[in-house]
Design a protein around this ligand. Structure first.
Ligand SMILES: O=C(O)CCC(=O)C(=O)O
Length: 383
């Protein structure tokens, strides 16, 4: 077996896609990597064709830059975690509704120290401002995505997003390799390690409440994820200033393939938008809040009671933006399927079992594509 991807895509008459990924991803990107930051710093007046989205995918609204946004603008729900943990049933219910309706909320009073959040942001901001050679030393490949990268997906000629990123693993411990984390700035490994430990604890707390809100025992979702061997990883997204923000996107519409995403948004610059029906809500991030969203694995485990929502990132010409997306994921090689307590003869399972390793190859191969992956996964059973 060679290392090439072997992907068969069948377009059915219903326009549903069945994909069978037979082998892992290779060591090489299909074409030379373009660092978005170096483009942005080369004083271009427009963006290269590869970054120009078709008109139907562009964000048409005025690009908003700084927080706070207009007070009356629509926002995702804000949930107070400490209030839930001290027994407030009303807030717990609001979290449940947020998971069912939006698949997104902001969490405040979550227990992670604001100083640690700021230190993590600052360390990574300094990393992205290191000279190119210091970053290139950690250049990533599609086989694991770990390291410094600039694209999701391996399709030759695909349209690209206006961001660079850094991807690293925390859990399972066998995948945590500090040599694959940057060594500069000098505190980045220490800060990132502590940040990861705190976010794993936050993920565990959220998992218990999400379970309880589904009417199953508190440990149920964690057991489905694997009590040991579950995953935690992070992608730090860096969106440079963009000379033609109306033509490009920082990150194309997608739902996250994994379990829970706990996002530390930029503390000054807006950009994350969540699809709600026919509108895109620009997240008005509160100081020291995390933005939490449910990934496809949660939609699958809850048999579609919880929603993984489509989201995207818009860019602007005035300020760079950065976010730290922490992913709390199932153990990668166990079958994930709707919890048996949530299915019955009248409410059959909507999704067949599939391991997260297999599932995430969709996005790792084809890049962000709205909710195509989870929707085509349903269709394999019901279509
Ligand atoms: O940058 C953001 O605000 C969102 C990032 C995101 O959606 C992701 O990393 O999957």
């Amino acid at each position: 077996m060679n290392n090439q991807d072997s992907i068969m895509i069948e377009k059915e008459t219903t326009d549903k896609i069945e994909m069978k990924t037979k082998k892992g991803l290779g060591e090489m990107w299909p074409e030379p990597i373009i660092r978005v930051q170096s483009l942005a710093e080369s004083n271009l007046t427009t963006v290269p064709d590869r970054f120009i989205k078709p008109p139907s995918q562009r964000a048409n609204e005025t690009i908003i830059v700084d927080y706070p946004l207009e007070a009356d603008a629509m926002n995702i729900p804000v949930i107070d975690l400490s209030s839930i943990l001290s027994g407030n049933q009303e807030d717990k219910k609001r979290m449940s509704e947020a998971c069912r309706e939006f698949g997104f909320f902001q969490v405040i009073n979550h227990g992670v120290r604001p100083e640690l959040m700021d230190a993590a942001r600052e360390a990574w901001r300094r990393f992205f401002h290191l000279p190119a050679e210091a970053k290139e030393a950690y250049s990533n490949s599609p086989s694991t995505y770990e390291g410094y990268g600039s694209r999701l997906g391996v399709e030759e000629g695909a349209l690209l997003d206006w961001n660079d990123y850094y991807f690293l693993n925390f859990l399972p411990l066998v995948l945590k390799d500090l040599n694959k984390w940057p060594s500069l700035p000098s505190n980045i490994r220490e800060v990132t390690e502590e940040y990861g430990e705190e976010l794993v604890k936050l993920g565990e707390r959220l998992m218990r409440i999400f379970s309880s809100n589904l009417g199953v025992k508190e440990e149920q979702l964690q057991e489905a994820f694997g009590v040991e061997g579950f995953g935690a990883c992070m992608r730090v997204n860096y969106y440079p200033k963009c000379p033609r923000p109306e033509l490009a996107l920082g990150l194309s519409p997608h739902s996250d393939p994994g379990g829970i995403t706990i996002l530390l948004p930029d503390n000054h610059v807006a950009g994350l938008q969540v699809r709600h029906g026919d509108t895109w809500i620009t997240v008005n991030a509160l100081p020291n809040a995390f933005v939490v969203n449910l990934g496809d694995q949660m939609q699958i485990l809850s048999n579609s009671i919880y929603k993984s929502s489509e989201h995207r990132v818009i860019v602007n010409s005035q300020k760079e933006r950065m976010s730290l997306a922490f992913f709390y994921n199932p153990k990668s090689d166990i079958p994930i399927q709707p919890l048996q307590q949530l299915v019955s003869a009248t409410n059959p399972p909507l999704y067949p079992p599939m391991s997260f390793d297999e599932y995430r190859l969709f996005i790792r191969t084809q890049g962000p594509r709205g909710k195509t992956y989870v929707e085509s996964h349903v269709s394999l059973v019901n279509g």
